[in-house]
Design a protein around this ligand. Structure first.
Ligand SMILES: Cc1ncc(COP(=O)(O)O)c(C=O)c1O
Length: 414
């Protein structure tokens, strides 16, 4: 199943200056998307244009400040479309996902009582575990852990009802694992959690470039992400239900707005990165052949991206079966590709993950090794002392030729 993308991949790749990079005489292969994607020209231009325009801090009665206000408003409106939020005030920007999660964990913890409980999962990046574990420790709250099945690295949602009870205040869950690619049925988690009166905080950082997000359909209470994982600059973004953002107490300095989203946005934002947020989402929408509104184009294109990425997964998984000693952790059944992103954590017998990443790096193939902050995943798989795993991650700008290049490089190490 080598499916050609429903969009013009060559012209897409030309929009990304970084994809032209040569390493040791060969074109670089970026398989490090889960750690941060490359950026198309229109995002680079939007960031530079903000800086060149003449900017100022927000809220002043003069031209450059008003310009900054329009840049922020546009970024908020754009993320509202990207997530299908109800109103722009449900979108909060911040330094990165980790910092936003620390801020919200502190705010939510103020509503907890000793004896309350929260649930975190072993599939999550540590940014959606430790902020909650620390907040729980501050408040005398019990932390319960939802496990994943080490055989295919999917969350044991069958165990969730047994962990939930009327003391559960929060479930923190990943939309997709940044290590092994498994996608969570977030809608099911939300239904179960809400039935017990618990809120749900979703980490959508890894899922963002791979699938459509609809916070109204999910009915999640919070959803946090980072724009550098979906073709933008380094800025974090959080969706929260307006009533919760309004009701919860934020840690903030005195003159800042008492209302959302301002009350959650501490200090001066990265305005140039916010200009890049609008451009990043516009870039994704521009891949659509449809002519609907921005949300409609996003809905269309994200489904095409999923289909194309599944063909990359299929190709990769078929290829790895030909390489003795190569083990893929996570879903390997090609019938279940819809339940994973094209992110593969692998080991190669006889080579440490670091050695594999280094050898690939010498050939201009960029992959991460170690735990990529998925600390609990590596602990559960018993790989912490073995240097973790090699992570090979594809996004829509990757090609089938690049799948072949990494497979050939891995095969040559046998
Ligand atoms: C799944 C996941 N969650 C959270 C984070 C942390 O994001 P940030 O770097 O924006 O704090 C990452 C970063 O790699 C991630 O992959």
């Amino acid at each position: 199943m080598i499916t050609q993308p429903p969009f013009d991949l060559q012209s897409i790749r030309q929009q990304f200056p970084a994809l032209q990079l040569q390493v040791n005489g060969r074109t670089a292969v970026y398989l490090d998307g889960p750690g941060g994607t490359q950026v198309p020209r229109q995002v680079i231009d939007a960031i530079a244009a903000y800086l060149a325009h003449g900017g100022s801090n927000q809220g002043g009665p003069f031209f450059t400040s008003q310009y900054t206000d329009t840049v922020i408003a546009s970024a908020r409106q754009t993320m509202m479309d990207f997530y299908h939020a109800r109103r722009p005030e449900e979108i909060v920007f911040g330094q990165n996902m980790t910092s936003l999660t620390f801020a919200f964990s502190r705010a939510l913890a103020q509503t907890w009582q000793p004896g309350d409980e929260i649930i975190v999962t072993r599939l999550d990046h540590d940014a959606n575990i430790t902020p909650w574990v620390m907040a729980a420790a501050d408040r005398g709250v019990t932390v319960r852990w939802l496990d994943f099945d080490p055989a295919d690295c999917t969350l044991r949602l069958d165990l969730l009802p047994g962990l939930l009870n009327d003391k559960t205040r929060l479930v923190a869950v990943t939309y997709a694992s940044n290590a092994v690619g498994s996608i969570t049925d977030v809608e099911r988690v939300v239904k179960l959690a809400h039935a017990s009166g618990a809120l749900v905080f979703v980490d959508s950082v890894h899922y963002g470039p791979h699938g459509l997000i609809d916070v109204q359909a999910l009915d999640c209470d919070f959803l946090a992400a980072s724009v550098y994982k979906f073709f933008g600059g380094h800025v974090g973004v959080l969706y929260g239900k307006y009533e919760l953002l309004a009701e919860l107490k934020a840690y903030k300095v005195r003159p800042s707005s008492p209302l959302p989203p301002g009350k959650w946005e501490t200090g001066t934002q990265s305005f140039e990165s916010l200009a890049g947020v609008t451009a990043a989402v516009e870039y994704i929408a521009s891949l659509s052949q449809g002519d609907g509104n921005r949300r409609e184009r996003l809905v269309q294109v994200m489904s095409q991206i999923r289909q194309y990425e599944m063909s990359l997964s299929f190709h990769f998984l078929e290829g790895v079966t030909q390489i003795p000693g190569l083990r893929v952790y996570g879903i390997t059944d090609v019938e279940n590709l819809a339940q994973r992103t094209p992110t593969f954590a692998v080991s190669l017998q006889g080579h440490s993950p670091e050695a594999v990443a280094t050898r690939l790096g010498e050939q201009g193939i960029f992959v991460w090794h170690g735990d990529y902050y998925a600390v609990a995943v590596m602990e559960r798989l018993g790989l912490t002392d073995k240097g973790g795993l090699v992570r090979i991650g594809f996004v829509h700008y990757n090609t089938h030729d690049e799948v072949d290049r990494v497979l050939a490089a891995l095969a040559a190490m046998r």
